[in-house]
Design a protein around this ligand. Structure first.
Ligand SMILES: Cc1ncc(COP(=O)(O)O)c(C=O)c1O
Length: 349
C-alpha cells in the first residue's frame, strides 16, 4: 500500500516520470572529480515531463490540492506568485482540466507583452490580479473574501502550493523514485533539488520518513538563507508527516540545505545558471530553467567540482546522484536576453 493511498487525489500528471541516466554528463564530470571516482553517475528525475501545460513539480502538488478543493465543494482555485510563476501556470491549467475557475494574484505590473508562463496563464483562461510584490498574500486573502461575497466557493492556495496537502505530492514522488531505484538495483548517495517555498523538499523528507528510506535529500536554496529555509522545511515536513499518518517532529538540523548559490537574488540569471543551462542542453539535450533548476544544477556542478568540496552529504564519496528536474521550461523564453550570452564552449566558460 502506498504512503498516500488514504488521501484524495485528482489525476493530472503523467506518472511515473522517467528516471533517466545522464551518460555524457556523468563522463564529463568523472574527468573533473578529485579524487577520481570511476563509478560516479548522475541521473535525472524528469518532473519537467509531468505533462500539465508543459509540466513541472507543481502538478504533483496540485493532484492533492485539487482533490481537496473538490472534496470541499469549491469551484474556484486562487493562488499567488511572480509574473513568471510556474506554480501559477500549472494551477491555471489544473483548474481548466478540473472544470474550475482560476484567479491568479501576480506581483508587479503587467508587462507590455505577455510571454513564457504568463502567456500560458492567459491561454488557460486564468483571471489575473496585479499587486505590488509585498502585498501579494494580503491581496490573496482580500480576493478570497471578494469572491465569497460574489457567491463563488474559492479554494486559496499559498505560494508554491507548499502546504501539508500539496507537499503530499512529493511524499508520493519519493515513493515513486524509491521503486525506480529499487528496480534498477541502485544505491542513491544524494538526491539534489531546488528548494524555495519548501513544499517539494518537505514532501520528500516526510515521504522518506514514512517509507523508512534513509535518502539524503539536499535542497539547493533558490532565494532563502540556510537557517530560514531549514526551519521552514522542517515545519512543513512535520505537518506533512502528520497528514501521511506517520507523525514525526523534524528539527531544522535534520534538513540539508545549501544556500551558497543565491547569486544576485531571486530570478537574477548569472554565470552559474547560464553555464548549467547550456551545459545540460549541449551535453544531454535537456532544458533546465533560468530560475530554479539552472541555479540548483549550477550549485551541484560547483559542489562536485570543488573536490574539497564533497561537502556533506557528498563527503563520503558520492557515487550515484539523482538531480530532480522540477520543470520551469516556459520561463526560458522570458529570459531570452539574459540567456543569449551563453558560454561558447560546452565546458566551463
Ligand atoms: C521549476 C521549479 N522548481 C523548483 C521550485 C521550488 O519548489 P518549492 O517551492 O516546492 O520549494 C519551483 C517553485 O516555484 C519551481 O517552479
Amino acid at each position: 500500500m502506498s504512503i498516500t493511498s488514504h488521501l484524495p487525489r485528482y489525476p493530472l500528471a503523467f506518472l511515473p516520470t522517467p528516471l533517466q541516466p545522464l551518460p555524457r554528463m556523468s563522463e564529463l564530470l568523472r574527468a573533473e572529480l578529485q579524487p577520481p571516482t570511476s563509478n560516479f553517475q548522475l541521473l535525472i528525475k524528469r518532473d519537467d515531463q509531468t505533462g500539465l501545460a508543459t509540466g513541472g513539480n507543481k502538478t504533483r502538488k496540485l493532484e492533492f490540492l485539487v482533490a481537496d478543493a473538490l472534496a470541499l465543494g469549491c469551484d474556484t482555485l486562487i493562488t499567488v506568485g511572480a509574473t513568471q510563476s510556474n506554480h501559477c501556470r500549472q494551477t491555471a491549467a489544473a483548474a481548466a482540466r478540473a472544470g474550475l475557475k482560476c484567479h491568479l494574484v501576480l506581483g508587479g505590473k503587467p508587462p507590455a507583452q505577455a510571454n513564457g508562463n504568463l502567456l500560458l496563464d492567459m491561454l488557460c483562461g486564468a483571471e489575473l490580479h496585479w499587486t505590488p510584490r509585498e502585498n501579494r498574500l494580503n491581496r490573496l486573502a482580500e480576493l478570497t473574501d471578494e469572491l465569497r461575497t460574489a457567491g463563488c466557493r474559492p479554494y486559496p492556495i499559498t505560494y508554491g502550493g507548499s502546504d501539508p496537502v500539496g507537499a503530499c505530492g512529493y511524499a508520493a514522488a519519493l515513493e515513486e523514485l524509491h521503486e525506480q531505484v529499487a528496480d534498477l538495483g541502485l544505491q542513491v548517495d544524494a538526491i539534489v533539488i531546488p528548494s524555495s517555498s519548501s513544499g517539494t523538499q518537505a514532501g520528500l523528507v516526510a515521504g522518506a520518513w514514512a517509507l523508512g528510506w534513509d535518502a539524503p535529500i539536499v535542497g539547493v536554496s533558490i532565494d532563502e538563507l540556510q537557517a530560514e529555509l531549514q526551519a521552514k522545511v522542517a515545519d512543513l515536513a512535520t505537518a506533512t508527516a502528520t497528514r501521511l499518518g506517520k507523525p514525526h517532529t523534524f528539527a531544522a538540523d535534520d534538513i540539508t540545505v545549501d544556500a551558497g548559490y543565491l547569486g544576485d537574488g531571486y530570478g537574477v540569471v548569472g554565470a552559474l545558471e547560464r553555464e548549467a543551462i547550456s551545459l545540460m542542453a549541449r551535453t544531454e539535450g535537456i532544458l533546465l530553467d533560468p530560475v530554479y533548476t539552472g541555479r540548483a544544477f549550477g550549485g551541484l556542478l560547483d559542489m562536485l567540482r570543488r573536490s574539497k568540496a564533497f561537502r556533506k552529504p557528498f563527503e563520503s564519496g558520492a557515487r550515484t546522484i539523482v538531480f530532480w528536474h522540477t520543470g520551469g521550461t516556459p520561463a526560458l523564453f522570458a529570459y531570452a536576453r539574459e540567456l543569449a550570452a551563453v558560454p561558447s564552449s560546452p565546458l566551463r566558460a
